[in-house]
Design a protein around this ligand. Structure first.
Ligand SMILES: C[S@@+](CC[C@H](N)C(=O)[O-])C[C@H]1O[C@@H](n2cnc3c(N)ncnc32)[C@H](O)[C@@H]1O
Length: 363
């Protein structure tokens, strides 16, 4: 994927996405049964079938997200007009995505017609015509907040380890972004249409900071360890690092539900079908390489770099760069150090996956 590195969205310019999105691809495949079920429900009630995948990304996972619905619709109601819309930000690698859709692993080749569209923008705004969508998905994306965050957070770059006023400020932001995301989808959905969100989540865990354990904690804490080391070594600007936090929040089931039920508008717009956080086992996507520290560390570094590098570059490396130390060089040093830590501690730093699953029906 082309490295854009010029937008201001939290994830603009992600690198090597398709090669480094194992968890996302597994998630799309795991969700196929639920998507088929929802597609079968709307096939009965909706005359114009429109599937919109928000935060689709450039890779195979959006194809695997759409495929089960199209299969059901083609089998059961081939006479109804079908549209698929892939929605993401301007920096998404749209050419790569269209190539995949039309290619051997896509859903368009040798198949009956479905109109394929893209929508370019932010899912914190409306991305589809009002009342047009029968089935909406958003996988591994809605945990990115509506743009970058700057807080005074000297000890962490990750929302889950924030405490005191910084945590309160971040939660206020996360809560209002979740509500905004849902309000936009409510405008787009047909009555009786479904929204299926699958995002990184968190579970109650009394021994953890703030009493919750959030997905990916080992990865983010390793990134913080590297950041602190590079600040101490004079490579990263201390003030910049102390204000940098990834613009993310992984909701607990309670947080996700409460935002809907306590909101007079959202509770009228949606009927809750499912709100839960599931544990994905095994969470360690590279368990097969655990006996080979070099390979294990390389894979985790590739995986982390794919979702984190653009944010780090824009918000940490570029503002710390100087004439003698470029942002590219800082990025390389950062991920070299990250990889070295993974080589040493291997599966003690395995990914843990808690996923928030939300299914809402538009009233
Ligand atoms: C980790 S990728 C997930 C892609 C795909 N859904 C999957 O499961 O593999 C997150 C995607 O969300 C998109 N994204 C993040 N914030 C967004 C926003 N505000 N509006 C639209 N897309 C957004 C990013 O551009 C990125 O493609």
């Amino acid at each position: 994927m082309t490295d854009q590195n010029k937008g201001d969205r939290a994830t603009d310019g992600m690198v090597d996405y398709n090669a480094n999105s194992t968890a996302q691809q597994q998630n799309a495949l795991r969700n196929a049964g639920v998507i088929s079920d929802l597609a079968a429900r709307v096939a009965k009630t909706s005359e114009t079938l429109t599937f919109a995948d928000f935060g689709c990304g450039p890779g195979q996972s959006t194809i695997e997200t759409v495929r089960p619905a199209l299969d059901i619709w083609r089998q059961r109601v081939p006479e109804k007009p079908m549209t698929v819309c892939h929605a993401d930000q301007p920096g998404n690698d749209w050419n790569a995505l269209i190539g995949l859709i039309q290619g051997d692993s896509g859903y368009a080749k040798n198949a009956s017609a479905a109109l394929v569209m893209t929508s370019v923008g932010s899912f914190y705004e409306r991305m589809m015509p009002v009342g047009s969508v029968s089935l909406a998905t958003c996988f591994f994306a809605s945990h990115w907040l509506n743009g970058p965050v700057q807080l005074t957070a000297p000890d962490t770059l990750w929302f889950a380890d924030l405490t005191g006023p910084a945590r309160d400020a971040m939660w206020t932001r996360a809560r209002s972004d979740w509500a905004l995301f849902l309000r936009q989808r409510a405008k787009e959905l047909q009555p009786g249409g479904y929204l299926y969100v699958s995002a990184l989540g968190a579970i109650p865990e009394p021994d953890e900071i703030n009493g919750t354990a959030a997905a990916g904690r080992t990865l983010y804490r390793t990134m913080q360890e590297v950041t602190a080391g590079m600040v101490d070594d004079g490579l990263l600007d201390r003030q910049v690092a102390e204000r940098f936090v990834f613009g993310l929040w992984f909701l607990t089931a309670r947080e996700a539900r409460e935002c809907i039920e306590a909101d007079p508008e959202l509770s009228q717009l949606f009927e809750i079908d499912t709100v839960e956080v599931i544990t994905v086992a095994p969470g360690d996507i590279f368990a097969g390489s655990a006996a080979d520290p070099e390979d294990y560390a390389r894979r985790y570094t590739g995986y982390t770099r794919a979702f984190a590098a653009s944010t780090l570059r824009t918000q940490l490396f570029a503002p710390s760069a100087s004439e003698t130390m470029s942002a590219d060089r800082l990025e390389q040093m950062f991920f070299d150090r990250y990889e070295a830590i993974y080589r040493e501690r291997t599966s003690a730093l395995a990914l843990e996956q808690w996923l928030l699953e939300v299914i809402l029906r538009r009233k």
